[in-house]
Design a protein around this ligand. Structure first.
Ligand code: SF4
Ligand code: SF4
Length: 197
């Protein structure tokens, strides 16, 4: 059956009219910045103070697009009579974002929390070779990483916080002198509970 003449035009106009009455979803980028979800995978930021050059991220990257160079340095003993230690010093940390597939494995496997997702996405280049970004750029992106979301009300404090508090208490006690330092429990007597003086 042949269509009624002009029915296509009427349908098209109906779609236009329907869409005109709806709220627009188009974002006027770049005039208006898009509102991105907090866990957006834009680019990878490096917090190099935490990096121990363990190479785990480079070894686990499925695309082999993380390049790390380092050298060894000898650290003198902390106390007289102690042993010298050697540590790795980072010389180069680069990621080739032309190869990266944004899988996040490097961030997941880093045991020292040195890699993070940043929502930054405006780093397009006209030359593919310029998509390899070195540590300074990765570090700049680190400052665009959003703060982690708040814990659920009633959630336990993270272990790191408890350890930091314990260390701070020990330091404060050491600074206050032996009188303020916690005394070892006397055998047979109950240990003082938290809040008791
Ligand atoms: S996100 Fe995936 S592909 Fe990209 S650097 Fe990390 S491990 Fe490699
Ligand atoms: S896994 Fe983490 S600590 Fe190890 S080299 Fe990579 S970024 Fe550095």
């Amino acid at each position: 059956m042949s269509p009624i003449p002009g029915s296509g035009l009427a349908k098209g106009l109906a779609v236009t009219l329907r869409t005109m009455t709806r709220k627009t979803v188009t974002e006027q980028y770049p005039e208006a910045q898009p509102e991105l979800p907090p866990r957006t995978r834009g680019v990878i930021g490096l917090f190099e103070e935490n990096c121990t050059v363990c190479m785990l991220c480079a070894r686990e990257c499925p695309d082999w697009c993380i390049y790390i160079d380092s050298h060894k340095e000898t650290v003198p003993p902390a106390a007289p009579g102690g042993r010298e230690r050697s540590r790795n010093v980072l010389d180069r940390f680069a990621i080739d974002f032309a190869l990266c597939m944004y899988c996040g494995i490097c961030i997941e496997v880093c045991p020292f929390d040195a890699l993070f997702w940043s929502p930054e996405f405006e780093y397009a280049e006209t030359d593919i070779h310029e998509l390899t970004h070195e540590r300074n750029k990765l570090r700049e992106w680190m400052w665009t990483v959003p703060a982690p979301p708040a814990l659920d009300p009633g959630a336990e404090d993270p272990k790191e916080l408890a350890t930091a508090r314990k260390t701070a208490d020990k330091l404060a006690a050491a600074e206050a002198g032996p009188a303020a330092a916690p005394q070892p429990p006397v055998p047979g007597e109950p240990e003082p509970q938290e809040g008791e003086s």
